[in-house]
Design a protein around this ligand. Sequence first.
Ligand code: COA
Length: 375
Amino acid sequence: MYQPVISGTGVFTPSQVITNDELVAAFNAYAELWNAENADAIARGEVAPKAPSSTEFIVQASGIEQRYVLDKSGVLDPARMFPALPERPDDAPGVMAEMALDAAGKALAQAGVAGTEVDLILVAASNHERAYPAIAIEVQQLLGAGGFAFDMNVACSSATFGIQAAADMVRAGSAHKALILNPEICSAHLEWRDRDCHFIFGDVATATLIERKEDAKGAHWDIVSTRCATQFSNNIRNNNGFLRRTRPYGMEDRRDMQFMQNGRKVFKEVLPLVSQHIADHMAAEGVGPEDLTRLWLHQANKAMNDFIGRKVMGRVPAPEEQPNILQDYANTSSAGSIIAFSQHSEDMTEGQKGLICSFGAGYSVGSVLLTRRAA
Ligand code: COA
């Protein structure tokens, strides 16, 4: 058995930003248009008018202040309300592969590893731009990597479940150097016309490099252990899929073809699930709250993270102990906890411990316990 370590991480951040004020202005313009177009049905009481959104609500309910996206013009066009991404020819790199490659390059540079040395690539994300061939295999070719590659989807927990799968393979010897890539184009599955959720998501890609401890060239993180759990729930759901055209509604623009959630229920049900999951994982490793220097949590809601932080630490954690990035990136699905880890871990010193934890649709919860090892 080999000891798997994380020796590099990387984040690709799109260049375009949408602030809450820009988002709310576009939504409210769309709502006014919709209400005018449906004035007769509204007057007859057949449909309810669309109520306006507000920046104050968004910040207070979620902690989100802005989000990065691949295309803001389409999202902010009140007559469109979703991104406009050009189609690429089959012989050009796909957009998800391109984002993943950027993040992978940063992780490889940090670890001092060449792309050609990699022998396992997982593209672990909430959505994949096509059914096949796997985006991971496309990235493998673009990197000149060997071995094998495949896509996997565990929604918001794709990254942590990917880390567990790759760490287990490195531990067992079936892979030497593994890249877990999380390109998330959440803007394409978000329903920007629904004020209950239009503020939630952003786009990003993250990368994590795992290799054998004896191969690591500099500072790294021992993967002490990983823990994954799932429990079926319909409270976060998307009904779009390849059976769509076989159904009576065909290609109709139905609400459930985009992200849907019952946010209140998710909030109430996921909090105890996650708190217990982390407590059990730490107890199994004999790690107490006093042994934990940092918590890198899934980035969906600030109040949720504050609650989990209090539960795990048994006190209110200092902001640097439980860093949030959702104010800048919004919810980026599986990538959120990896952004927090990548951007808020360099200062940790030899022997300090930290825990990554993701949670979301499925439901799914994944945690990774790490120990810092100095160069
Ligand atoms: N602007 C103004 N008011 C809004 C609004 C907006 N954009 N969106 C909703 N409201 C209103 C609602 O209509 C509701 O009004 P009512 O009480 O008159 O019915 C009120 O504000 C509260 O809405 P609610 O949806 O209950 O808010 P919330 O406090 O639950 O916050 C979430 C919503 C989504 C931020 C929150 O539930 C959440 O983050 N849940 C967890 C989600 C999660 O982790 N998901 C994982 C996804 S990967």
